[in-house]
Design a protein around this ligand. Structure first.
Ligand SMILES: [Zn+2]
Ligand SMILES: [Zn+2]
Length: 162
């Protein structure tokens, strides 16, 4: 049986000393790189886990940090992927943190779901659907009446303007 390699050169398998030292060099570089990233964190520079860009952590609106370090631009994609992966309790915890971070640093507004009304998204950067904090997602207030903060839907939209 013949094996073809992409560049036409024969490969000597895993016992090639050059290849081993190449691997060791790479491990060392990775190690050095993670040391450098730790050092940068000390200087107040952190890296987005999604796009790998560096941001100043002194800017509180640049990175969302809660066990994850995600820059503002990466949030929509990151959130839609992780909200499906997380368990309910963890998702709700993170969702509440994310919603308050977006409100605090990106002028996000809580918008009620209104039956029959389509939200105008022309001035919206992105939005996430979050559990209504007033009724804890039940859609009802203590007296059993419909929650006026979410119109009884149990969820609200956190809308980030452009
Ligand atoms: Zn990013
Ligand atoms: Zn509610």
């Amino acid at each position: 049986m013949q094996t073809e390699t992409g560049n036409g050169l024969s490969q000597a398998g895993t016992h090639d000393p050059a290849e081993n030292s190449g691997f060791e060099t790479m491990v060392r570089i990775e190690h050095d790189l993670s040391d450098v990233i730790d050092a940068l964190a000390l200087l107040g520079v952190k890296r987005c886990s999604e796009c790998k860009q560096f941001f100043r952590s002194a800017d509180p609106g640049a990175l969302f940090e809660n066990g994850h370090t995600v820059c503002y631009r990466c949030i929509p994609d990151w959130w839609s992927a992780s909200s499906q992966r997380l368990g309910v309790a963890e998702r709700e915890r993170l969702e509440a943190k994310l919603a308050s971070w977006l409100r605090k640093h990106h002028r996000a507004e809580v918008v009620k779901e209104t039956p029959g009304k389509v939200l105008d998204t022309s001035n919206v950067d992105f939005q996430i659907v979050a559990r209504c904090a007033e009724c804890a997602g039940s859609g009802k207030l203590m007296e059993g009446e419909r929650c006026r903060f979410c119109n009884g839907f149990g969820t609200v939209r956190i809308v980030v303007p452009k």
